[in-house]
Design a protein around this ligand. Structure first.
Ligand code: ATP
Length: 344
C-alpha cells in the first residue's frame, strides 16, 4: 500500500471535523474524495500534506510514518482550485520554481520543464504570464508546476471548480490521461459526483467527518453501504419504511427498514396493458422532463415520488394519468445492515 491512513482524527475547537478515518491507496491510483461541503475532505487532504496536525492517527507513505515530517519533506505536489500561480513569473518560470528551490542544475531544469510543457500541452506558451492564459491553461501550468519536482503523491483540491463546464469536461479526461502517463498516486477532492465517477479509480465518500464508503464508482453505485451513500451517488428515492411498498413489506423481519429505489429498477406502464401482478402498485404521473434522449418520469405511489426513465419510442405519458408501477428491486437498510432485495 502506497498511502495508508490509520485512525485519523481532528477537532477544530469543539468541532469534530474528522472522525477515525482509515484507508489505504494503491500506488498509481487516482482516488476521489467526494462528499457534501463541510464534510472534512479538505481537512483530510491538509493533514496528508502536513499543513494541519492530526489530534491522533497515523499517516504512512511507502511504509514510513510521516506525521512528524514538515510539508516540504513529504514529497507531495499540490494543485488548488484558485490556480495560485506566481503572477509575475512566466509559464516556464512557474514550472521551474520547485526545481530552483531544490537547487537542481540549470540543464536538468531546462530538460524537465521541456518535458512537462510537452506533457501538459503547453508548448509555445513558455514565455506567457498567467494573465495571458485561459483558466484551463493556467490549471495545466499548475499541474506541470506540481509535477516538476517528481513528487510521490499528488493532492488536488477541487482543481477544476473555477473553470466553466465545457472546458472542465475536457480537463477531466485530460487529467485521467495525465495521471496514467505519469503513474503518480493522486487524491482528488470534489463535491461533484459526475467528476469523481468519471475520473477516479476509487471513490471515498466523506460525510460529517466520517468515511462512509470506499470503492470503485461502479461498486459504490451498485452496492451502497449506507442510505447517505445511496442518495448521494446517482438518482434515487428513499422511502422511510419499506413496508409501504408491495413486494418489500416483509423486509427486515419487523425491524424499521428504509428502502431506496433507483430509476432503472422501476417499470411503468398503462394500467390496462400492464400485467397487474400482485406486486404492482398504482401511481399517478406527476411530471415529465425531456432529457434529450429519453424522458424522466416522476410518478407518485402511496405519497412517495419515484423517478424513472422512458425511451422516446414508447407512447407519451401525460401528467395526472393513472399508471401501473412495478418496483423490481430495492436497496434496504436498517441500523445493522444494508442489502438488496428483489421484488417477489
Ligand atoms: P468543502 O467542500 O466546503 O471544501 P470539506 O469537505 O473540504 O468542505 P473541510 O474544509 O475539511 O470540509 O471542513 C470541515 C469542517 O471543519 C467545516 O465545518 C469547517 O468549517 C471546519 N474547519 C476546517 N478548517 C478549520 C479551521 N482551521 N478552524 C476551524 N474550523 C475549521
Amino acid at each position: 500500500m502506497h498511502v495508508e491512513v490509520r485512525g485519523l482524527d481532528k477537532h477544530f475547537g469543539d468541532f469534530h471535523a474528522v472522525k477515525d478515518v482509515n484507508f489505504g491507496i494503491t500506488k498509481g491510483h487516482l482516488i476521489g474524495l467526494l462528499g457534501p461541503s463541510g464534510g472534512g475532505k479538505t481537512s483530510i487532504l491538509r493533514m496528508l500534506a502536513g499543513l494541519e496536525t492530526p489530534d491522533s492517527g497515523e499517516i504512512i507513505f511507502h511504509g514510513k510514518t510521516v506525521n512528524n515530517l514538515p510539508p516540504q519533506e513529504r514529497e507531495i505536489g499540490f494543485v488548488f482550485q484558485n490556480y495560485a500561480l506566481f503572477k509575475h513569473m512566466t509559464v516556464y518560470e512557474n514550472i521551474a520554481f520547485g526545481l530552483k528551490v531544490k537547487k537542481v542544475n540549470k540543464n536538468t531544469i531546462q530538460h524537465r520543464v521541456a518535458e512537462l510543457v510537452e506533457l501538459t500541452g503547453l508548448k509555445g506558451f513558455e514565455k506567457r504570464y498567467p494573465h495571458q492564459l485561459s483558466g484551463g491553461q493556467r490549471q495545466r501550468v499548475a499541474f506541470a508546476r506540481a509535477l516538476a519536482p517528481e513528487p510521490q503523491l499528488l493532492l488536488l483540491d477541487e482543481p477544476f471548480a473555477a473553470i466553466d463546464a465545457k472546458i472542465r469536461q475536457e480537463l477531466r479526461s485530460w487529467l485521467r490521461e495525465l495521471i496514467e502517463r505519469v503513474g503518480i498516486t493522486s487524491i482528488f477532492v470534489t463535491h461533484d459526483q459526475d467528476e469523481a465517477i468519471e475520473v477516479a479509480d476509487e471513490i471515498m465518500i466523506i460525510n460529517q467527518g466520517r468515511l462512509e464508503q470506499k470503492g470503485t464508482p461502479w461498486d459504490i453505485y451498485k452496492e451502497p453501504k449506507t442510505p447517505f451513500v445511496a442518495t448521494f451517488i446517482g438518482e434515487s428515492t428513499l422511502i422511510g419504511s419499506a413496508s409501504e411498498l408491495k413486494g418489500f413489506n416483509n423486509a427486515g423481519g419487523g425491524k424499521p427498514t428504509k428502502a431506496l429505489i433507483r430509476p432503472e429498477y422501476i417499470e411503468v406502464g398503462n394500467l390496462n396493458e400492464f400485467k397487474m401482478a400482485s406486486a404492482t402498485e398504482q401511481g399517478i404521473v406527476k411530471h415529465l422532463h425531456f432529457r434529450g434522449s429519453e424522458w424522466l418520469v416522476e410518478v407518485e405511489v402511496n405519497g412517495h415520488k419515484l423517478v424513472t426513465y422512458r425511451s422516446l419510442e414508447k407512447e407519451t405519458l401525460t401528467p395526472g394519468q393513472e399508471i401501473a408501477v412495478l418496483v423490481h428491486r430495492a436497496y434496504l437498510f436498517n441500523d445493522d445492515r444494508s442489502w438488496i432485495q428483489e421484488n417477489g
